[in-house]
Design a protein around this ligand. Sequence first.
Ligand code: FCB
Length: 458
Amino acid sequence: MTATEERAPVAGGFPAGFVWGAATSAYQIEGAVDADGRGPSIWDAFCRVPGATAAGESGDPACDHYRRWPEDVELLAGLGVGAYRLSVAWPRILPEGGGRPERRGLDFYRRLVDALRERDITPFVTLYHWGLPQALEERGGWRVRDTAERFADYAAVVHEALEGVPYWTTLNEPYCSAVTGYAEGRHAPGAREGHGALAAAHHLLVGHGLAVARLRERARPGERIGVTLNMSPAVPASPSAEDAAAARRMDLMVNRQFTEPLLGGAYPGDMAEVYGEISDFSFRRDGDLAVISEPLDFLGVNYYYPIHAAAAPYAQPDPALRSAFDIGVRTVAPDGPPVTGLGWRIEPDGLRDTLTGLAARFSRLPPVFVTENGYGDDGDLDDTGRVAYLAAHLAATRAALDDGVDVRGYFCWSLLDNFEWARGYAARFGLAHVDYATQARTPKASYRWYRDVIAGRI
Ligand code: FCB
């Protein structure tokens, strides 16, 4: 990297108090899947299915963070971040999903939170970053309402045990849990059920709302409660009316079916039309929307790229027989925008549009944090591409602030290279490189660049 690239400008100052952070998640970094009474999660089970993940890899040993966490806290301190977004592994706390909490699992997170606070790093704790206890999946997983209730119980247990956490996030990316996990089967639990995914999406939202209420009752002074959504603007692939309608259907599936009930208290009016007439939504109960739309103190937004959508034939032409998620859309790769090392399109304006769009649409929009944004490649230490990506997305965040959106912070995904779900270890998002043979961490050029941004030197 040249000196100029290493100083890629961030486009103006950020407000005093703007939170600079880095993010990880439990299953992607912890390893130690059998340690201290941890139970199996749907990801442990999924990774054992032949062909489910690249090279048959799993989150064991990942970055062995469960044992090496003091070193990772030092990496965060060296970066100078004011905040660290981590997640708690449900099966470490309640190995069977419910019942008696496992003290050793809670102690691990207590020690981590204490160490962060000693370094003046504010913990942002996510309660669910995809690791459902396998015991609950065997009782129906997110297809059934009971899982939402178990989630609220688990949230209360973790909240009670962990002091010194000012920011609590219920779910990470319910879209991925529901659609990638229960419709497409590319993520755990690997189900390919259209209708099952609609029920899963609903029960995730109900679980979120029940957990918000439980945390709210017990909140210590100053604690804030929110949720994190992955958001991708759906852009019509052409000016045609058909592609505009296709983009709107995609927007419903990825964004609106979550934002509207959470922030607006109602499901979008086009749910039944988009998901087909056999989608009876019988899993919804009176009162659910009031639960789901419990007021939030903040919204987390994860942004990587927009989706370019074109109309496509339905797999089932008869709408009366069409299953959910057969929505008549194909995604297209437009000419022009550059791509990351993983081939993801780089379109920073999509982040600005997402943030300004939320503010325009929801009068009740709480303060927003960009809780994930990052660049994947094969692990180059001289990661010019990552620096350019982060600089451009920080500029987009800055532009949204100028547009009047109340953005309070930005978290880079990720502190470390880690287990990137179905892609395994080959896809690397870290500011620090991890050598999985030795578990050595090596800061990349982007780590130094981000450190200088945070310090106000860039
Ligand atoms: C997000 C996930 C995160 C990570 C990034 C690259 O969808 O929340 O765990 O895998 O993508």
